[in-house]
Ligand binder design. Structure first.
Ligand code: 5RP
Length: 227
């Protein structure tokens, strides 16, 4: 993974921000480059809605003015990273476990720019395990229901509960994450719909019809993609 490519994408996205805007701040290492480049521009009257506690900490440290989704429900522009960029700018997100807050902020935004390094662009979504955020209560039961839905989509492997060195990973909202190794997601719209119907699933990492533009960082510049 190239940091220079991520930095190029983040800096290009920061160039799109204008004074007085309400900006959604994504989560992850690429989004962090955007946050740093945005803070360096010192634009007046910006208000920023972070999508995670980690991004909030970084933005605060850099002197950006923070707001909440409830205080600023209309966001002008959100810039966020991604785990995969597929055809039509369909995305898999949630590698950083911030998918729920990210999707809430994206859906409240007039415009969304996804930033990524070139290696994240794929022909078919699914090589990156699809994160699924699940309520902690009874999560094993919900995990079994997720496995049934995946099997219905010809995905044989059950989703795996995300663990870290310190135990089960918890999201900022206190939920857990199941990662589904899909291989290839042939019908992302149907899979998204089917996962949302499971009681206990709070959100999944398929971001469909949400990105307006992608800024892809390369070794020698950036590519701009539209749906
Ligand atoms: C967090 C995300 C991130 O944007 C995604 O995981 C990409 O992270 P990075 O820029 O570090 O590769 O969706 O939930």
């Amino acid at each position: 993974m190239s940091d220079a490519r991520k930095q190029r994408a983040g800096e290009a996205a920061a160039g799109r921000v204008e004074a007085g805007m309400v900006i959604g701040l994504g989560t992850g290492s690429t989004a962090a480059w955007f946050v740093k480049a945005l803070a360096a521009r010192k634009l007046p009257d910006l208000r920023c809605v972070p999508t995670s506690e980690k991004t909030a900490d970084l933005a605060r440290e850099l002197g950006l003015t923070l707001s909440t989704l409830d205080d600023t429900p209309r966001i002008d522009l959100t810039v966020d990273g991604t785990d995969e960029v597929g055809p039509g700018l369909a995305l898999i997100k949630g590698g950083g476990a911030a998918l729920l807050r990210e999707k809430l902020v994206w859906e409240a935004s007039a415009r969304c720019i996804v930033i990524a390094e070139a290696a994240k662009v794929v022909k078919t979504l699914g090589a990156f395990p699809l994160p699924i955020e699940v309520v902690a209560f009874g999560h094993k039961t919900t995990g079994n229901r997720i496995a049934d839905v995946l099997a219905d989509h010809d995905i044989a492997l059950p989703a795996r509960l995300r663990q870290a060195d310190r135990g089960i990973v918890r999201t900022d909202g206190g939920n857990v994450i199941y990662d589904a190794t899909c291989g290839a997601i042939m019908d992302p719209v149907r899979l998204a719909d089917d996962l949302k119907l499971i009681t206990g699933v709070v959100e999944h990492g398929l971001f469909l019809d949400l990105a307006d533009e992608a800024i892809i960082g390369k070794d020698d510049g950036v590519d701009l993609l539209t749906p």
